[in-house]
Design a protein around this ligand. Structure first.
Ligand SMILES: C[S@@+](CC[C@H](N)C(=O)[O-])C[C@H]1O[C@@H](n2cnc3c(N)ncnc32)[C@H](O)[C@@H]1O
Length: 209
């Protein structure tokens, strides 16, 4: 990750409260429904990639999940999530680092049952970055693991957090992740930002081919 990108995300998370970001959700219902569809047990390893200060982790803990990890490049985002969770934060594995760096997820290699990414992948706009993401995913994901991927849809916004994004549908998400992955389910949603504008999202569940 370029230093300016790290600076961007650190500055976003130090200058805004989570509720002031466009991607904020009071509850991560769509993500939690996607996890339910996978029919996994409570001890499955769920990793939220680029999780920021998302409340997805809260919902997983409320549903009895015992093996949850949250990864983000911006430490202040994870600090906000930890502060919100209080004592419950101690059961979560918090990882500060660049998801594209091979060393970031080395401790989880081959163990991740659910790779969840809402609105991180779409910041990867060139093939070298996407290739690094693919490699990180391939290393971390268990053989039977699944990917929940949510990006801006082709008719969604062209920018997120003032950065250009790659918009995807299920077919382009599948192409981007390469022949090692296939889409098993896909759907679309509309996210309403805290100030009421609509953002069209495309969701996919992918499995190894
Ligand atoms: C638009 S926010 C989405 C946050 C969260 N997934 C949600 O839905 O609320 C994107 C997040 O990805 C993180 N991020 C961006 N690039 C990253 C990278 N290469 N590695 C890890 N985190 C990254 C940012 O710090 C930010 O928290």
């Amino acid at each position: 990750m370029a230093a300016d990108s790290l600076a961007h995300w650190t500055s976003v998370w130090t200058s805004k409260r989570p509720e002031e970001t466009s991607w904020f959700e009071e509850r991560s219902d769509e993500s939690l429904r996607a996890v339910e569809r996978l029919g996994i047990g409570p001890d499955a390893t769920v990793l939220d990639v680029g999780g920021g200060a998302s409340r997805f982790v809260d919902g997983l803990l409320e549903r009895g999940h015992t093996n949850v990890a949250v990864l983000d490049v911006a430490a202040p985002a994870l600090d906000a999530a930890k502060a919100r969770l209080g004592a419950r934060a101690s059961v979560v594995r918090w990882i500060v680092g660049d998801a594209l760096e091979p060393s970031t997820l080395s401790a989880l290699a081959g163990t991740v049952d659910v790779w969840h990414d809402r609105a991180m992948f779409h910041f990867l706009t060139d093939e070298p970055a996407i290739a690094r993401y693919r490699a990180a995913l391939d290393r971390a994901l268990a053989p039977t693991g699944r990917v929940i991927l949510a990006t801006f849809a082709p008719d969604g916004p062209e920018k997120c957090s003032n950065l250009p994004v790659s918009r995807h549908d299920a077919a382009s998400a599948e192409r981007a992740l390469g022949p090692g992955f296939r889409v098993v389910e896909s759907w679309r949603t509309i996210h309403r930002t805290p100030w009421g504008s609509e953002q069209r999202f495309a969701w996919s569940i992918l499995a190894r081919s």
